[in-house]
Design a protein around this ligand. Structure first.
Ligand SMILES: Cc1ncc(COP(=O)(O)O)c(C=O)c1O
Ligand SMILES: N[C@@H](CCCC[NH3+])C(=O)O
Length: 429
C-alpha cells in the first residue's frame, strides 16, 4: 500500500489534462460524459488528431504529397470526416472501408487500396469509383487485377508493395517488412514484377509502395528502408518503367509507456533529405499513417465494478473488457490507466485491471497503483487507435459508444450497440 500523489501531466497525452481535480479532454470533463453516456465510452479529441496531422503536413510542406489516413486504426465515420475535411486522403484495406470512405464524401482518386487479399469484387468496386492506386502485394494479385481491369475496359493504377527485409524493431505481430511476413513482394522479385506489370494492358504503373510495420519508434529502420526503396526505383527506372510516386511507411509510434518516437515533421525532414541526396527530390510522396494520427487522441472510460483483493493478486474488475480494448490481450500492450476524478493522497494498492469477459487473457493493465472505490471511473489512455476498430461482440457484449470532443462541445458519434443490433441478422430454426 502506498499513498498516491496522483497522475502527473507528463504522463498524459496532449489535449488530455486535469483541471480542478477533473480529467478533461480539451474543455470537456470526462466524468460528465461518463454520467451522460455510460461506460465503456470512447472519447476522442478532434484537436489532438488535427495537431498530429499538422506535424505531417509541416514535414511534407513544399513537396507534392498525399497523406492517406489508414482507417484500419479507427474507421468511425466522424473521425474519417474530420481527417478528410482537414486534407487527408484515405488508405483502405477492404470493400467495406471503401464504402466508409465514400460515405464521408472523399474524392476516390485520393484513396489507396492496400492489403494482401483483395477480391475480384473489391477490385471492380474500386475501379468503378476511380480509386487512386492499388498497392499490389503479389504477382498473382497483379494478374487478377489486370484481368478484372481489362474486362471493364480500364487500366488499374498500381504500385507494387515491396518487402525490403528491414527489421522495424517493433512487436513481431505488427512487423510487416521482413522476409518472413506475408506482406509485399520480395526485394529480389520486384524488378521482374514491374517489367511484367508495365507490359499488362489492364495496368498502369504509377508508384512503388513500402510499409515495414507499426509502432516504430526509431529513425534508423526508416532510413534503411528508404535506401532500399530508392535502390529499387533506380533499377526499375533503368528498365524503362517510370515511378511517379513513392508510398513510404512504417507507422510511426506513439507514447504508450514513455516511448519516444521521432516527431513526424522531424522524421520526414530526414527522409526528404535522403531522397534529395539520391536525386529523387521530385517524386510525389504518399504516406499511410494510422496510429500516429488517432492513437493518442482517444481515451476509453470504464467504471470500476468490484474490488477483489487476493492472496497473490488484487483484481480490479471494470466494465470494459478485451472486446473493447483488445491490444493488451493480443500483444501484451501497455495502456496507461488513470482516474477521472483522482483520490489524491488516498491509500493506493496494486491492482490487475481486468474486464468481465470469461478469459484469463481479459486484462487491461497489470500491477497498477490505483486508489479506487467501486463506481469510480477510470480512463484508459492512448485508446484512439486499434481499439474501437478491433472491438468485438465476444460474450454478447455490445460495442461501446463514442464521443468526439471539439473544444467545449461533445458530439455522440456512435451510439452504444444494443442487443437488437447484435442479433439483427440471426434467425431461429
Ligand atoms: C500497409 C499499411 N499501411 C498503413 C498502416 C498503418 O500503420 P500505423 O497505424 O502504424 O500508422 C499499416 C499497419 O501497419 C499497414 O500495414
Ligand atoms: N493492431 C495493431 C496494429 C496493426 C497495424 C496494421 N498493420 C496494434 O494494435 O498495434
Amino acid at each position: 500500500m502506498t499513498t498516491l500523489a496522483g497522475p502527473t501531466a507528463a504522463t498524459l497525452p496532449p489535449f488530455v489534462s486535469y483541471q480542478n481535480q477533473q480529467l478533461m479532454v480539451e474543455g470537456v470533463p470526462l466524468a460528465a460524459l461518463a454520467h451522460e453516456h455510460g461506460t465503456p465510452l470512447f472519447v476522442y479529441s478532434r484537436a489532438a488528431m488535427l495537431s498530429a496531422l499538422a506535424a505531417y503536413q509541416r514535414g511534407l510542406a513544399g513537396r507534392e504529397h498525399l497523406i492517406c489516413y489508414a482507417m484500419k486504426a479507427n474507421s468511425s465515420l466522424a473521425i474519417l470526416q474530420a481527417l478528410v475535411r482537414a486534407g487527408c486522403g484515405l488508405d483502405i484495406v477492404s470493400g467495406g472501408e471503401l464504402e466508409r470512405a465514400l460515405a464521408v464524401g472523399i474524392d476516390p482518386s485520393r484513396v489507396i487500396f492496400s492489403g494482401v487479399g483483395k477480391t475480384r469484387a473489391e477490385m471492380r468496386q474500386a475501379l468503378q469509383v476511380g480509386i487512386g492506386c492499388f498497392n499490389v502485394e503479389s504477382r498473382a494479385e497483379l494478374d487478377v487485377l489486370d484481368e478484372v481491369a481489362r474486362d471493364m475496359g480500364l487500366r488499374a493504377p498500381v504500385s507494387v508493395r515491396v518487402n525490403p527485409n528491414v527489421d522495424a524493431q517493433t512487436h513481431p505481430y505488427i512487423s510487416t517488412g521482413l522476409k518472413g511476413n506475408k506482406f509485399g513482394i520480395a526485394h529480389e522479385d520486384v524488378l521482374s514484377t514491374y517489367t511484367h506489370a508495365a507490359a499488362c494492358k489492364g495496368l498502369r504503373v504509377v508508384g512503388i509502395d513500402c510499409h515495414i510495420g507499426s509502432q516504430i519508434t526509431q529513425t534508423g529502420p526508416y532510413v534503411d528502408a528508404m535506401d532500399r526503396v530508392l535502390d529499387l526505383v533506380e533499377r526499375i527506372e533503368a528498365a524503362g518503367v517510370h515511378i511517379e510516386h513513392i508510398d513510404f511507411g512504417g507507422g510511426l509510434g506513439i507514447d504508450y509507456q514513455g516511448d519516444t518516437p521521432p516527431e513526424a515533421d522531424v522524421l520526414w525532414q530526414a527522409l526528404l533529405q535522403r531522397m534529395d541526396a539520391r536525386g529523387f527530390g521530385d517524386r510525389k510522396i504518399c504516406i499511410e499513417p494510422g496510429r500516429s494520427l488517432v492513437g493518442n487522441a482517444g481515451v476509453c472510460l470504464t467504471e470500476v465494478l468490484y474490488l477483489k483483493p487476493g492472496e497473490q493478486k488484487n483484481f480490479l474488475i471494470v466494465d470494459a473488457a478485451m472486446n473493447d480494448l483488445p491490444r493488451p490481450a493480443m500483444y501484451q500492450a501497455f495502456h496507461r490507466i488513470v482516474p477521472v476524478v483522482p483520490r489524491n493522497n488516498a491509500t493506493a494498492s496494486t491492482w490487475d485491471v481486468v474486464g468481465p469477459v470469461c478469459e484469463s487473457g481479459d486484462w487491461i493493465g497489470r500491477d497498477r497503483e490505483l486508489a479506487v472505490h467501486p463506481g469510480d471511473v477510470l480512463a484508459v489512455l492512448s485508446a484512439g487507435a486499434y481499439c474501437m476498430s478491433m472491438a468485438s461482440n465476444y460474450n454478447t457484449r455490445g460495442r461501446a459508444a463514442e464521443v468526439l470532443v471539439d473544444g467545449t462541445q461533445a458530439h455522440l458519434i456512435r451510439a452504444r450497440e444494443s442487443l437488437a443490433d447484435q442479433t439483427r441478422l440471426e434467425r431461429l430454426l
